[in-house]
Write a protein that binds this ligand. Structure first.
Ligand SMILES: Nc1ncnc2c1ncn2[C@@H]1O[C@H](COP(=O)(O)OP(=O)(O)OP(=O)(O)O)[C@@H](O)[C@H]1O
Ligand SMILES: [Mg+2]
Length: 355
């Protein structure tokens, strides 16, 4: 028999909870995927189950063939890759702690068997038989990327200084945002806090990228460093370049960018497949993917750099898609709170965590 929750576009998230009776009832909680065609935020106390709920949601989407890009700043989303269709003791064995087995007076093997059985029974009681887990596993390709590290699949970000598509350049607002985000990300990575509108660093780098990208020319960081010293234009706005930003001061900016590429570990940013949203969402054969982008290992400035460049690429990808009333792909970010400017969102005393 096909359950209601197997209808396409209907995400099975659990059963309803009757607050008066204080228990769950038999009615299924089915979430309409179309509600996610815009934005959603999951808010709750820390440890209340936000990430768990969203993992279920992403799994339900994958079962329906909807791909996701999952930004994981905390390292909680790797669970998406842990699905065991056989629910066999051997699947659980690597996660069994010897102390737990000792405490329960069991051998490691016995505890693995007991754990496997309790998962099997628990999941079956919630309409999740092993066949459904097998369906999830075969519905999508699950991978973990680790930009800036070789721990998982590396993802090259620096090739994103390649010129964006002609469509992006032709869309004035998108192109301006694209340039702005690329420069903000780069300056954050170099540890330069610069005002995007007023700072000379930002204006100079934006003008250089704008100049080359309009001509369809790619620019890597060494080329950009060269251009900072000898830009391909002699005026910025109405000012002469040298009055706006004297050559010796431009040299300091060039040095800061040079220190960045000379720093150990930087070369990893240039390794791996280049950032391509279509490729993160679908395999070359067109199979949906769930791409977890793990950034827990990065320093704050590197995370900001990565997320900025990624969102930029997602925006450019999105603008190329035709309109749709059904959910096509999910961009999920766990622990988004650290990426907001706190004082503008909530007073410190009212802080709650997001996802
Ligand atoms: N529906 C649920 N039923 C029982 N346990 C759950 C449920 N959802 C999550 N949990 C468990 O509760 C714990 C915290 O869950 P989770 O990490 O999802 O919370 P969170 O709200 O994302 O927390 P944080 O704000 O710290 O990120 C985990 O051990 C998880 O396994
Ligand atoms: Mg969480």
């Amino acid at each position: 028999m096909m359950h209601d929750y197997e209808k396409l576009g209907s995400f099975y998230l659990g059963r309803l909870f009757d607050a008066e009776q204080g228990k769950t009832v038999d009615d299924l909680l089915l979430y309409d995927a179309r509600d996610l065609t815009t934005h959603a935020v999951c808010v709750g106390m820390t440890g209340s189950g936000k990430t768990g709920l969203c993992v279920s949601l992403l799994e339900e989407a994958a079962i329906d063939g909807i791909p996701s890009i999952v930004i994981d700043p905390k390292g909680d989303m790797g669970n998406l890759l842990l699905s065991f269709p056989d629910l066999a003791p051997a699947d659980f064995a690597p996660w069994i702690e010897p102390q737990d087995a000792d405490r329960k007076g069991l051998t490691m093997t016995q505890l693995a068997e007991q754990t496997a059985l309790s998962w099997k029974e628990g999941l079956a009681a919630w309409h999740q038989p092993t066949e459904r887990i097998a369906r999830l596993k075969s519905a999508a390709e699950f991978s973990i990327y680790t930009p800036g590290s070789e721990g998982g699949k590396p993802l090259s970000i620096l090739r994103s200084f390649n010129a964006p598509s002609a469509e992006t350049v032709a869309d004035t607002t998108l192109f301006r945002d694209y340039v702005l985000a690329a420069v903000s990300g780069l300056l954050a990575l170099a540890g330069i806090t610069a005002d995007p509108i007023r700072s000379r660093e930002h204006i100079l780098l934006s003008t250089i990228l704008d100049y080359h990208w309009r001509l369809g020319q790619d620019l890597d960081i060494p080329a950009l460093i060269h251009e900072v010293q000898k830009p391909p234009f002699s005026k910025v706005g109405v000012f002469d370049l040298d009055s706006f930003y004297p050559a010796n001061e431009r040299m300091s900016l060039a040095m800061a960018l040079n220190n960045l590429i000379a720093s150990p570990g930087f070369s990893v940013w240039a390794q791996g497949e280049s950032l391509d949203i279509q490729r993160l969402l679908y395999t070359p054969e067109g199979r949906p993917r769930v791409a977890v982008l793990s950034i827990a290992h990065l320093a704050d400035s590197e995370r900001m750099f990565f997320v900025t460049i990624l969102l930029n690429a997602v925006m450019a990808w999105m603008r190329k898609q035709s309109g749709t009333s059904s959910l096509r792909a999910i961009l999920y970010m766990d622990e988004i709170f650290g990426f907001f400017r706190r004082q503008r969102i909530l007073p410190q005393s009212n802080r709650c965590s997001l996802c």
